[in-house]
Each structure stands twice: as structure tokens, then as C-alpha cells.
Write a protein that binds this ligand. Structure first.
Ligand SMILES: *Cc1c(COP(=O)(O)O)cnc(C)c1O
Length: 351
């Protein structure tokens, strides 16, 4: 199509994990939470929502939601942005800081959206390779001369984390914006959110999609210095958060105990799943997220994915040179993981 921008013509769009709408699979492929969201949300949706309000526009600056987030995290309201999923937050960040002459630095292998965002923006990107232990070189990030460095921590699909000192070293030495994508931080041993008060080139992004069981309402948020947050408000769509999502998000933050309880349960099931897979000879990177990247010498990821799908378990396979030997498995309910381990054991024994 001759009217298209050249970069859009030539780019490959983001490919989300499969979202079958028929419900016949046990879904272990897109890191959703197996537990329902807080019962306070159910109560609200059934009994307390005045549908006539839908006639009005939602709050464009989500005052009440930001106030709630500020209380939960003890961070000033002026340091908080909220987007339509953290994917929108990442888009807004890219539009704030990068034009077509600039560079984005991104780790590899990691969340593939970062590369898609750089392609949409029409800028260059530099890949910073994780080594075989999922560590990376600070020097490489610093010398990239990039405007933004995106780092998912915990990383996907490996589930690994960098040492906190290493992230802080990058923030100190890198002459650009460091975006720490903490989509999975609630499942991890530490977060970088407290560093936001210390460094004005740091943005930490979070989401309600994983730990809070709310992927369906599309709410992500970010912590950063006031100057960055002010810029992000200029760039976002004027009504980027719908009324229902704002309200449901507030209720989720009112029930932090419920989220934390589910996270603790998932961490226990994560250990149970790791033990089961290791006893079959799988290699697994140490995960601080709600998923595992697992590989086995006698079967490649593609085949394992296909057989598991035939048997009713949907996992994620990435057709990529550093990832095709394995699969990414979301941690589900205990009984789902028991079923998954049983089927996987049969597959390995036959392979
Ligand atoms: C799931 C995920 C996101 C996106 O979260 P949404 O808030 O649902 O858009 C961002 N980053 C990483 C690394 C993720 O895995």
C-alpha cells in the first residue's frame, strides 16, 4: 500500500499469545492469574454500579484511582501515571522520548513488544544480549547511545531477574531513560519502585493483568519523576481509561491482602512445578515470575507445545533461535499443574 509509512509497511506487528474463545484448554500460555479477581469487584459489578453513569465521559486524569495508588505505594500522586494496560504505558513512553533518529536499547531475548514499539516509531534499536545465565553487560547498555533502555524485570520468557545493584548501576551510568517493566514484580523478591524518588531517568511500570487477576480491564501504571509523568499526560489519549476499569482498579487496590494471598499460593505452586519438571530432566531458569521457561534435551519446544495442545494444555512456544528449544509455562491452579505434569511425564517417557 503506497500511502503507508515505510516503517509500518515493512514491520511485523506484535503477535499476542493465542486467546481461544471456546474455553476447552487449560490456559498456561499468557501468564494470566488462575484465580478470580477480588470478590469486592464482583459485589460492585452485580449490586453497586449505576449504569446511567455510562452516559458521561470518565475522569481524564483518574484522580481517585491515582490517589488510591499513591496511598498503597506511598508515592506522590504527581509521580503516578495510569494507562490502558502497561502496553499503553510503554507506547506513551516511546512517543515521549524517541523520534526517528533515535535509538532504543532492548534486551534479548525478552518481551517482543519493545522491538515492535521501536518499529512503529520508526527508530533504530540495539539488542543487548542476555548471556546464557540471563545476565547482561552494563557497558553494552551505556555505550548503546540509546534514548531508552527497556528492561523487563523479572524478564519474560526467562522469568529471571537482574541483581538490584546492577539495575541501579545502569540507571546511574546510562545517559537516557531506563524503563524497568515490573509486570511480574509482585511475584519477585524485590522491586525498583523505591528508586524512582532517587533517579529522574527511571520509569517503573506495573500492571493489574497478572498478580491482580485483571488482564481483562486493561490497567497498567507507572512511577517516575514529575517531569516525566507530566509529559506522559500530554501524550496519552484524552480518555485513555474507561469508567468501569478505573472503578474496578480502585477496588483491586482496596484489597491488597487478597492479591498477596494469591501470589503466595502461586509461588508455592511454582516451586511444586519446578520440582516436578526437574525430576523429569527439564532445565529451568530460576523464575521470580508466575511462569517458567523449561526445556528438555530429548524434545524441542515446537513438538512439546503441539502434543501438549492436543492433550488440552496450552503453553507458549516462541519460534526464535534462543527460545525454540523450550516452552513457557504459566503457573496455574495446583490441580491444573498436577494434570500438566502427568501429561508431560507421559510425553517425555515416550519421546
Ligand atoms: C504482560 C506483560 C506486559 C503487559 O501487560 P498489560 O498491562 O496487560 O498490557 C508488559 N510487560 C511484560 C513483560 C509482560 O509480560
Amino acid at each position: 500500500m503506497k500511502y503507508l509509512r515505510e516503517n509500518i509497511q515493512s514491520m511485523v506487528g506484535y503477535v499476542p499469545g493465542e486467546q481461544p474463545q471456546d474455553g476447552v484448554y487449560i490456559k498456561l500460555n499468557t501468564n494470566e492469574n488462575p484465580y478470580p479477581p477480588s470478590p469486592k469487584i464482583k459485589e460492585f459489578l452485580i449490586n453497586n454500579f449505576d449504569y446511567e453513569k455510562l452516559r458521561l465521559y470518565p475522569d481524564p486524569v483518574f484522580f481517585s484511582l491515582r490517589k488510591k495508588i499513591s496511598e498503597v505505594y506511598s508515592i506522590n500522586k504527581e509521580n503516578i501515571f495510569v494507562g490502558n494496560g502497561s502496553d499503553e504505558v510503554l507506547t506513551v513512553i516511546t512517543r515521549c522520548f524517541v523520534d526517528s533518529n533515535d535509538i532504543i536499547a532492548l534486551p534479548y531475548p525478552s518481551y517482543s513488544l519493545y522491538e515492535v514499539l521501536s518499529a512503529i516509531q520508526g527508530c533504530k534499536n540495539i539488542k543487548i544480549n542476555f548471556d546464557e545465565n540471563y545476565d547482561l553487560s552494563v557497558e553494552e547498555v551505556v555505550s548503546s547511545k540509546a534514548k531508552i533502555f527497556f528492561i523487563a524485570n523479572p524478564n519474560s520468557p526467562s522469568g529471571t531477574v537482574l541483581k538490584k545493584e546492577k539495575i541501579e548501576e545502569i540507571i546511574k551510568k546510562f545517559d537516557g531513560i531506563v524503563v524497568v517493566d515490573e509486570a511480574y514484580a509482585d511475584f519477585a523478591d524485590y522491586s525498583c519502585s523505591s528508586l524512582v524518588n532517587k533517579y529522574d531517568n527511571l520509569i517503573v511500570t506495573r500492571t493489574l493483568s497478572k498478580s491482580f487477576s485483571l488482564a481483562g480491564i486493561r490497567i497498567g501504571y507507572a512511577f517516575a519523576s514529575k517531569k516525566i509523568i507530566d509529559a506522559m499526560f500530554k501524550v496519552k489519549d484524552s480518555y485513555n481509561l474507561n469508567m468501569l476499569s478505573q472503578k474496578i482498579a480502585e477496588l483491586a487496590f482496596d484489597d491488597m491482602f487478597y492479591m498477596k494471598k494469591n501470589v503466595e499460593e502461586i509461588k508455592k505452586i511454582r516451586t511444586f512445578t519446578v520440582d516436578g519438571l526437574k525430576s523429569m530432566g527439564f532445565k529451568i531458569f530460576p523464575s521470580q515470575a508466575n511462569f517458567l521457561f523449561a526445556s528438555h534435551d530429548i524434545i524441542n519446544g515446537d513438538l512439546l507445545y503441539k502434543i501438549l495442545k492436543d492433550r488440552g494444555f496450552l503453553v507458549r512456544y516462541f519460534d526464535d533461535k534462543r527460545l525454540r528449544h523450550g516452552i513457557r509455562i504459566t503457573i496455574g491452579k495446583k490441580e491444573d499443574m498436577e494434570g500438566f505434569l502427568n501429561v508431560t511425564r507421559e510425553i517425555i517417557n515416550k519421546a
